[in-house]
Design a protein around this ligand. Sequence first.
Ligand code: GAL
Length: 993
Amino acid sequence: MTLAHESVATPDGVVPPRFRPPAGSGDAPVVSLDGEWRFRLFPRADTGVDRADPGTDWDRLAVPGHWQLAGAPHTWPYGTPAYTNVVFPFPVDPPHVPDENPTGEYRTTVRLPADWPADGRTVLRFEGVDSWFQVALDGELLATSHGSRLPTEVDLTGHLRPGADHVLAVRVTQWSALSYVEDQDQWWLSGIFRGVSLEHRPDGGLDDVRVHAAYDHTSGTGTLRVDAAAVVGAEGVVDARVTVPELGLEGRSGEELTALVEPWSAERPRLYDVVVATDTETVTLAAGFRTVAIEDGVFLVNGRPVKLRGVNRHEFDPLRGRAVTPERMLEDVLLMKRHHVNAVRTSHYPPHPRFLDLCDRYGLYVVDENDLETHGFEVDGWVANPTDDPAWTDVLVDRVTRMVRRDAHHPSVIMWSLGNEAGTGQNVARMAQAVRELDPTRPIHYEGDWSSEHVDVYSRMYAPTEEVELIGQGIEPPFERADADGRRRGLPFVQCEYAHAMGNGPGGLSEYDALFDRYPRLMGGFVWEWIDHGLTRTDDAGREFAAYGGDFGEALHDGTFIADGLLLPDRTPSPGLVELAAVYAPVRVDARDDGSLLVRNRYAFRDTGHVELRWTLHRGADELAAGALDLVLEPGTEAVVRPPADLMLPDPGPEPVWWTVRAVQDKADALDEGWVEPGLVLGAGQLLLVDRAPLAAPSGRVTATDEGGFRAGPALLGARGELLELAGRTVHAFRVDAWRAPTDNDRRPGRGQGQSDEQTWYRAGLTLLGERVSGVETLPDGALQVASRVSGPAVRTGFDVRTRWQPSGAGDDAVDLVVDVRPEGPAPENVARLGLLLALDVPEAAGTGVRWAGLGPEESYADSTRAALGGAWQHTVTDWQTPYTHPQENGARRGVTSAVLTFADGSGLRIDAGDTTVGASTRQGIELSLRPWSDQALDRAAHPHELVPDGRLWLHLDAAQHGVGSAACGPGVLPDARLRATPFRLRLRFTAV
Ligand code: GAL
C-alpha cells in the first residue's frame, strides 16, 4: 500500500513554475499570510481531521517556522529536532516511510482585502514547506506539493469570494517519499518554514518575467532581453514595454536592446532598474549585465579569470532553524563581504529568494544548488538510489527546473548545481539536459559526477593540496574511462567543499589559496561551512547552550558533526573566519624572505584606488612612526614595497619592533555602500625589523631554605626540585607536557591517515604524563639543576628533562628558567605540543588580565597563522578562550616574547621568553595558552557552559604546538605544521610584579 505522501509523483494542482518577479518589485497587490496560524500535531499522516475544520480552538503556531522549534529554547511542545548527517533516521525502504510520521495540521482564515481587484487571478504562494503538504480551501483539496526549499503556487481564482472568510487548511508531514531525496547534513525540521502570500495576477499581466542581461567585455556593451509570459490560468507570450531609464533604453519584450553599460560583478555589483510594463502591470527589476564563460578550461566572468573565494552556506538561525529572517540573511551577507568571501554555494538547496536579492545587491557569486541529496543510500552501496531510478526522473527534473525558473533572473547566480551527494545515474543527465534547455548561459555543477560527463566544471570535495596541485597542472591521475578523462581534463576545477571548519580550524587554508592563485585551471573553492548549526536550548538549571546531535535525546544521531562552521551558532566569527578573511584578502600583503613585502591586487576588475596602504612602525602597541604608501595597483598586478629608506629604527628593547602595512578601504562609493565599515582592512602584512633585546644572562644564586628546599628569586622549590610556589602563589602542576584536549580535527584520521592524532597521542601515553626526578644539584654558577623523566603509562616513550633555575639578579623578584628536553624511546608519529604546563593558585583566574607581546589578537596555530599580526594585545583570561560549540583545545598565541598577568588582587606575574629551539630551528618567543580550567576538564566538557573555573590558572608555555589541519573531513595537518617529538629548549624569565 502506497500512501499519498509516499507517492513519487510531481506536485499536483499547482501553477507551473515561473520566474516570478521578486516580492515588492511590481504593482500587483500581494498580501502576506504570515503570522499566527492554528495548529495541531498528529503522530501519523492519516490524521482524519476534517479539512474544513477551522481549528478555532487549536494551538497557535507562528508561520513561518518549524513546529519542532515552537517553544525554543525552553519547551518542545511538538517533538524535538533530530540530527543525522548521512544516514536516514528511518528504514531505507523507498518510497515508504514509517507510520509514525509527525503531521502538522495548519489552519488560517483567508479573506481578500476589500480593495482586491475583481478581475484577474489570485495565487496562493508558499516559499518553502518541509517536507510534503496538501492545500485545501473550505474543505476542498486543491493541491499536493513538495520540494521543501522550493516555491509552490496554487491558483485560488474562483474559490475566493470577496468579503468572505475561507478556511485554508495545510496538512504537512514530516516524512514522505521526498525525504529520500532531501537527506542533507542538517537538523530534520518540519513545517511551513518560509513565508506564505496571496498574490493578484492581473489579466494581461507579467506572471513570468525573465531578464537576460549579458555583457561583452570587448566592447563594453550590455545586451538586454526581457521575456514575458502569462503562466497562471492561461499560458502564452505577453508583449510588454521594456525601459531602462538610466541607459535611455526603450523597447519591447523579446527584443534585444544594447547600450554601453557598467557590468555586474561581485566586486562591483552594478545593477540597473529595468521597468517592464503591460497595460495592467508594471514591475521594476534590478538587472546586472554580466557574462559567465569557460574558455580554454578557465572560468571567466566578463572575460576575466575569477577565483571563487567561497563558503558553503546552510540557512540557519539558532532559535528558528531554517526559518531565517531577512535580518539574518543580511547579517550573513555583510559578514561574508567583511571577511572577503566573494562566493557562496547554497548548500544544499535553493536559499530563500531574498538571500539572492542581497547577493545581487552587495556582490557575491552564487552557486545555486538543487534541493537534492540522497546520501543515505551510500551506506548500502547506492542500491535503489533515486538518482538512477527512472521512477524518480520527473521529480528530480521538476525540482531542478523549479530552481532555475525561480532564480535565473539573478546576476549573482553564476552556476547551477544539480544537488549534493546524490550518487550517479541516469537522472543526472536528465537534470543537466533540463537545466541547459532552460538556461544555456550558466555552467552546470555536480560534484557527484566524477566523470564530469554531464557538467561543465570538474568538482571535488576535500581533495588534498597535493592532488589539487596536480589538477591545477592538468596532470592528475586519469579517470578510468579515457573519453571522460579527456573531457574532464579540459574543464576548470572547483572544490565545492574544502577545509572542514569544524571546531578549532581549519588549518592549511593558505596552501589551498596559493594553489588557486597559481593555476588558471583552479577556479577556487568553498570552505565547509559557514555556521555551526547549534540550536539554543536550556539545561535543567535554565542555562542556555548550543545543542548538537544527541542533545535532544535522538536515538540515532551524528553528534558534533553539525557544528562545523566558521561562525559560532550566535554568529560570532570564530578564529577560523578571521583566518579565512586574511587568506581571502583581496589586497594581499605578504612578507618575503628578502625583507620586503609583496602587495598583490587580487581583484579581477578593480584597481586599488579605493585602498590606502597605511604603514606603522611599532614596538608592541606603541607607534613609533606612521605613513602611507603611494601605490595604486591595476587588477591582478603586484608590487614590492619596503620600509622608507630614512626610517629611524630604535635599538632593541623589551618588545620587538614591526613594520606593519594594512590595506585599508576608507572610501566607499555607491556600490560599496552598506557593507564597508570605516577602516575596513582588506589585507595586512608585516616585517619584523628589530628583535627584542636578548634576556641578560642570570647572575643570582639559588639559596637553600630551612625546609631543605631551594629559593630562586620568586620561585620556591622543594628538596626534589619540584616547583612549590611562584610569585607567592601555590603551584599545582609544573612539568613538561605534550598533550592537548583534542580538537574535532585531532579526533579523526585525515584522508589517507591510519589513525587519528588523538589515538596517536593516547598510544604514546601523552594523556597521562607523570614525572620521576632523577637528580637535583646546585651548579657552580649558582643555578639549581633538576634532572627528570616525563612519561606516560604502558610505553617506553618519554622525555628526558633538564631544568635550570637561577635568580635573574640579586633581587628576589625574578628567576630565569632554562628547560632542555630530549624525547626518548619509540617516537610517536607526532605530538600535540612540546612545552611546559604550569598551574598556579589563582582564585579568580577567569578575570585575570593578560597583556602580551606576540602574535594576535586571535588564537593561531602552526597552519592557521595568516591573520595573526605581531604587536601587543590584551585580554582577560575569559576572553582568551574560544568557546567552540564542542569544547576543545583553543586559544594558543604564538611568538609570545612577553606576557604580563594581572590578578584580581592587583599582584602580577611577568613572563619573558628568550629564543626557543625546536629541533634545528630557533624561533622568537613561545606559544602561550591560558585557561581557568585544566585540559582534562576542557576535554571532558560537552558544551562550553559546563566548564567551571577551578580556582587555578593553567598555563602552557610551549616551544611549539601541532597544527590543526582539517582531518574531521579533509586532509590532516600538512607536513610543515606537524609537530614531531624532537629535542627542544625554552628560556624563560618569571618576574613577580
Ligand atoms: C560533505 C557534505 C556536507 C557535509 C560535510 C561534512 O561530504 O557534502 O554536506 O556533510 O561533508 O561536514
